[in-house]
Design a protein around this ligand. Structure first.
Ligand code: EPZ
Length: 416
């Protein structure tokens, strides 16, 4: 069984280039099927979730080919609108094919995405919103069948700024008859990227990045060539790695304007930062400072996807920190693994109290989900001695080549 082997304890020294954004690429790949033509995507990350999504698109009848790092997808002839069960349950993001399948084919079948280690992850908001646009949903035993002969624009108000539900509404409303006003929309940068992509195909969407998005449905879309923005969560993971392990790194292709809340926390941790265009130099000596009170929240708040990497970094801070998770109900599962390295963390409900220790010790660890797995890599790179991280595939779902990136920042890491 493949595992990562890391020898930690040395300060970072080197540089890395940030990959394309997973959480922008996935909704964009769903949007590709709205157009009966060809899409060219640059900087699309070659991660497991993208490869799964491409298998699903091929199952619909899309022609997919890589030209180096460029992806060319021809969605002219779609024959099927069924997401194969093997992919639907493997990858939650398949639920965001609902909006684009209904927009293109007028019907869809997706298996229930199911929960995962970090939480139940229901889809009630997706379904209620799509019904507002005219979808009829038939909940079957293993999956969800949906029909929408004539999607019509409507006013849709989300009870919570759900990223996925916002994306599903945008995907269907882009080709619906009339105007859709989406209220309490998610403001994450990935929403803006999806809208930028759709507008590059001829869609008419305004207000992305705000809580109110206006979508004027169009009949036709056209070919486009689009470059996907860098991944802010991958960048933030490496930034917290520098905070924990110390040393000096240079990150290239960093979406700096999307990381303000993260950079504020890094400053409180004592990490020095120097930005130049889209590169960021970070350096720190000694243990990071503790950060009194951090809570995750929807963008532009502190991102839930960086909560586990931050938790791992604060495990070696000088002092006590409190982290509150407000988005997912089970994102502290990673604490048991960090404790096995010597971390001193107490969890009570949705709050974790972290008493920093001088050093973590390497040991055998098991990843059980994507960002928790990345936090283990951070802890292993910081800790003394050798660590092995099993179930590495969880990490490969979102990090294109964490081995290449960490080696280029001076970390002793290999996959065996
Ligand atoms: C997206 O998930 C991201 N995934 C997640 O990143 C990210 O953590 C999350 O947004 C929040 O930023 C992708 O973009 C592929 P939500 P999504 O709908 O859309 C509840 C990673 O590590 N909810 O904003 O599933 C839900 O249970 C992943 O890259 C409902 O109750 O997130 C959660 O508590 C992990 N009903 C909260 O809302 C619904 O119908 C936020 O979920 C939908 C969501």
């Amino acid at each position: 069984m493949e595992y990562l082997e890391i020898v930690g304890g040395n300060p970072l020294c080197g540089e890395a280039c940030i990959q394309g954004s997973k959480n922008a690429a996935l909704p964009i790949l769903s949007a590709v099927i709205l157009h009966r033509g060809t899409t060219v995507l640059k900087n699309c990350p070659k991660i497991i979730d993208v490869l799964y999504m491409l298998e699903i698109l091929k199952g619909f009848g899309c022609h997919v080919r890589w030209e180096g790092d460029t992806l060319v997808i021809d969605a002219s002839d779609l024959e099927d609108c069924q997401v194969a069960e093997c992919y639907g349950c493997k990858m939650r993001s398949s639920i965001m094919l609902l909006g684009s399948l209904l927009g293109r084919m007028g019907n869809a079948y997706v298996s229930y995405p199911g929960g995962c280690v970090i939480g139940e992850r229901p889809i009630d908001m997706h379904l209620a919103a799509l019904k507002k646009l005219g979808a009829v949903l038939l909940e079957e035993a293993a999956g969800l069948r949906a029909v929408c002969e004539k999607p019509a624009g409507a006013v849709v108000s989300l009870p919570f700024p759900s990223v996925g539900a916002t994306e599903n509404v945008i995907l269907l409303a882009a080709v619906a008859e009339g105007v859709t006003i989406l209220e309490n929309a998610a403001r994450e940068p990935e929403i803006g990227e999806l809208c930028r992509f759709l507008n590059s195909m001829g869609a008419r969407i305004r207000g992305a990045g705000t809580s109110r998005i206006e979508i004027v449905g169009v009949k036709e879309l056209h070919d486009t060539e689009f470059t996907i923005m860098p991944d802010r969560i991958v960048a933030g993971t490496y930034m917290f790695m520098a905070a924990a392990a110390g040393g000096e790194i240079l990150l290239r292709e960093v979406p700096l304007e999307q990381l303000e809340s993260v950079r504020t926390v890094l400053s409180h941790m004592g990490v020095r930062q120097e930005e130049r265009e889209n590169t960021l130099r970070l350096w720190s000596t000694g243990r990071p400072c503790a950060v009194k009170d951090i809570r995750t929240s929807p963008y532009p708040g502190f991102p839930t996807d960086l909560q586990s990497p931050l938790l791992a970094a604060l495990s070696v801070a000088d002092g006590c920190s409190i982290i509150q998770e407000t988005i997912f109900e089970a994102r502290f599962k990673i604490v048991e693994e960090l404790r096995r390295m010597g971390a001193d963390i107490e969890v009570e409900g949705q709050k974790a109290a972290v008493r920093g220790v001088p050093k973590l010790s390497g040991t055998d660890l098991t990843a059980r989900e994507l960002r928790g797995g990345a936090a283990l890599v951070l802890a292993a790179a910081t800790g003394e001695g050798r660590s092995r991280i099993f179930q590495y595939h969880y990490i490969a779902r979102g990090y294109e080549n964490i081995i290449r990136d960490l080696q280029s920042m001076g970390i002793v890491i290999q996959c065996t």
